[in-house]
Design a protein around this ligand. Structure first.
Ligand code: BGC
Length: 732
């Protein structure tokens, strides 16, 4: 064998060897049982409770020396070689915890940017990358895996999640988790479940039928768990049908553990445990216990175990589950230690790829984009584009080495005020634009004064307005406008110069009252560590935009299931989301839309979106045709009919069932094609996407099913009808 061949094969051999060395799920179970047998009653309480190893507040206990400042620490059992759990946030990279640790990390773009790639392989690479940084910093649990569906476009945490569709979000969450855990660390999937708003997040009660939940949010979690096999599930702050999600026997015992056979452990969200009883309802570990009213697990649990067989049984089960996750991910044999090396340059390239593939070209008239490198006069306006790119805030906030390029605090004196700061990553769009148009006269104006921006726009050939909509964990948005007068700024600039291009850095969808005045619009989301470069590359055609919306951009808030976020008008903005009085009640009725989120709601109600789910333009054109399907698999061809190479996302939708309209994404694949090239796509259709959940079973009616390829959820091609025989099956 040649040296070259050995070099090519060697990584495969190493991979195969480490896969063979990794314990199988059942080996991990046997090992967990063996350890459990050796544990004393006192030892059995240690893994069930954690602290926040951060010097926050005057009463913060001094964390043990081996704890790393981060989200959580759970002591281990050195006698039995069970490692402590050292936890950090979150889905977009290793979080910065307000600079308390001082070390930076590589920021992936927001979840919605990731979801706009529709690229499972790339998202897995992203997970692998952030997991490797967590490991290099000594963490063995990365609290990544945000998988809540967008039920309201005003939810402040939409940017952390993967959109509105269970197939897309669940698939991508699963791949992200798989990537994280490939580093021999545990990932979680969160926030289980139906955590659809931040307003009153610790007491809002999400009402939903089991059927609607199974066909939407729970399906996203189920797919994420099947693909990613996360060691842990993080239960949510909110209530579901009257019970706290972290003490909800239906969610945790019945659905997650019995119906799905989940073997890992349920960790609480921080400050989400209502009582000791949560242990019997399915919670396995109390995280960040200082944030709860009491340390319910640990000693209190041991006491309960001494007098109650139900508690004693649960204590064993809790330990077995936590140990299973530890062993299934080799935490004991492959320990993460601080001080590992991180190749920030290589990791930034992963972030750049995600940002590039996540950019969605929403509008491009008069062929204004891509801009020619020979452009002469460009006005760049607003959005701190001379400084960096926006990021979302809260526990998931990542900062690069040295912190943000600029951080704009929102003020306030509450202990949570530190969270409320708009931080920009050091990736400067203006510098990146200058690098790609070296001969152009490029002027920047910050956009604070409309008249000044207008004067610059008038004097330029092209005006590029950067608009930002910051969002954070702990707060929702009142509406879908751009804050701080940016809608008026864009309208005025576009009136002054018809060649106005708008670049959006938003946490979720926004309205665009100025849309028709503009020449082009790009949605860049929060584009991460290399976002400025990615935006410039899209503007100048160094890359061909290929992102597709993972959410619906509604035409107006009047078309949403709720006119406002429940409680928004009455509650004071409060990061913690605690009830204002002990008996305060707040409900949000998800039975309004049921499982018909976003595009499905619009289809059901006959609303047209501003931009539909699945939508995105390109600098080339594509044609998809010749759909053949038997309802289980589908094949069709996709061609690049334009003049440049590009990528599109082949999307397959169920359109109707038994003569009734029923719109649903049932398959997708991102395809890269050279100009003039064609390829054949083959997708398998998960029957759960065609079925209903009825009385504890998936039920596929004996009926006619109609499918179509879609450019997006509102632009569907020729229909193909198939008769499928009825079936019933259980969830596993
Ligand atoms: C968030 C979680 C996070 C945890 C730990 C909570 O406020 O909801 O997503 O993992 O804090 O920081």
């Amino acid at each position: 064998m040649s040296a070259m061949a050995i070099a090519l094969i060697a990584p495969l051999l190493i991979q195969a060897a480490s896969a063979a060395d990794a314990p199988s799920a059942s080996q991990a179970e046997a090992k967990a049982e063996a350890t459990l047998r050796q544990m004393t009653p006192q030892e059995k309480t240690i893994l069930t409770i954690g602290i926040m190893p951060l010097p926050i507040g005057p009463n913060a206990p001094k964390p043990p020396a081996e704890a790393i400042p981060g989200a959580g620490y759970i002591a281990g059992l050195p006698r039995l070689n069970v490692p402590s759990l050292r936890e950090t946030d979150a889905s977009l990279g290793v979080s910065y915890v307000f600079g308390l640790r001082k070390d930076g990390a590589t920021a992936l773009p927001s979840g919605l940017s990731m979801a706009s790639t529709w690229n499972s392989t790339l998202i897995e690479e992203g997970g692998r990358m952030i997991g490797s940084e967590a490991r290099a910093k000594g963490f063995n649990v990365l609290l990544a895996g945000g998988a809540n569906l967008m039920r309201d476009p005003r939810n402040g945490r939409n940017f952390e999640y993967l959109g509105e569709d269970p197939l897309l979000a669940g698939t991508l969450a699963g791949h992200a988790i798989r990537g994280v855990q490939s580093n021999h660390i545990i990932a979680t999937i969160k926030h289980f479940a139906l955590n659809g708003q931040e307003t009153g997040r610790k007491f809002v009660d999400s009402l939903i039928t089991p059927a609607a939940a199974h066909e939407s949010d729970l399906l996203a979690f189920k797919l994420g768990i099947e693909i990613g096999n996360p060691g842990s599930v993080m239960c949510a702050y909110n209530k579901v049908n009257g019970e706290n999600a972290c003490a909800n026997s239906w969610l945790l015992n019945d659905v997650l553990k019995k119906e799905w056979g989940y073997k890992g452990f349920v960790m609480s969200d921080w400050g989400a445990v209502p009582n000791l009883d949560a242990a019997l309802k399915g919670l396995d570990q109390q995280s960040g216990s200082e944030l709860d009213k009491a340390a319910y697990f640990g000693d209190a649990l041991a006491k309960a175990g001494r007098s109650s067989r139900a508690y004693a049984r649960r204590i064993d089960d809790m330990n077995k589950r936590i140990l299973w996750a530890i062993y299934d991910n080799d935490l004991d044999t492959n320990p993460a230690t601080p001080g590992g090396t991180i190749d920030f340059a290589a990791n930034a390239e992963v972030a750049r790829k995600v940002a590039e593939q996540g950019i969605v070209l929403l509008r491009n008239t008069k062929g204004i984009l891509p801009l020619a490198a020979s452009a002469k006069n460009i006005a760049v306006i607003g959005g701190y584009a001379d400084t960096g790119v926006l990021s979302g805030a809260g526990s998931s906030q990542v900062q690069g080495e040295g912190g943000p390029s600029v951080s704009v605090p929102l003020g306030g004196t509450s202990p949570w005020a530190v969270f409320f700061s708009q931080s920009f990553h050091k990736s400067n769009p203006l510098a990146a634009i200058r690098a790609l148009a070296p001969k152009a006269d490029i002027r920047f104006r910050d956009g604070r004064y409309i008249a000044e921006a207008v004067a610059q726009a008038k004097a330029a050939d092209v005006a590029i307005v950067f608009a930002t909509q910051w969002s954070t964990e702990g707060l929702d948005q009142p509406d879908l406008s751009l804050p701080n007068g940016q809608d008026a700024l864009i309208a005025a600039v576009a009136d002054a110069n018809p060649n106005t291009i708008v670049v959006l850095e938003t946490g979720g969808p926004v309205l665009m009252p100025w849309l028709e005045k503009t020449a082009a619009v790009i949605e860049a989301w929060y584009p991460g560590a290399k976002g400025g470069e990615a935006i410039a590359a899209a503007l100048f055609g160094k890359i061909n935009p290929s992102g597709r919306l993972p959410i619906t951009f509604p035409a107006s808030v009047d078309t949403l299931p709720r006119k406002a976020i429940d409680g928004f008008a009455d509650l004071e903005p409060d990061f913690a989301g605690d009830p204002p009085t002990p008996d305060a009640k707040l409900t949000t009725n998800y039975n309004i839309e049921g499982s018909d989120l976003g595009y499905r709601w619009n289809a059901r109600e006959g609303h047209k979106a501003l931009f539909p789910f699945g939508y995105g333009l390109s600098y080339t054109s594509f044609d998809s045709k010749n759909l053949v399907t038997d309802g289980k698999t589908a094949t069709f061809s996709v061609s690049n009919t334009g003049k440049v190479a590009g990528a599109t996302v082949a999307q397959l939708y169920l359109v109707s069932r038994a003569g009734n309209p029923k719109l649903r994404l049932v398959g997708f694949q991102r395809v890269e094609l050279e100009a003039g090239a064609s390829t054949s796509i083959s997708l398998s259709i998960d029957p759960r996407l065609l079925a209903d959940w009825r009385n504890g079973k998936w039920v596929l009616p004996d009926a006619e099913y109609v499918f179509a390829i879609g450019d997006n959820a509102e632009r569907l091609g020729a229909k193909v009808s198939v008769r499928l025989e009825g079936q019933r099956w259980v969830a596993r």
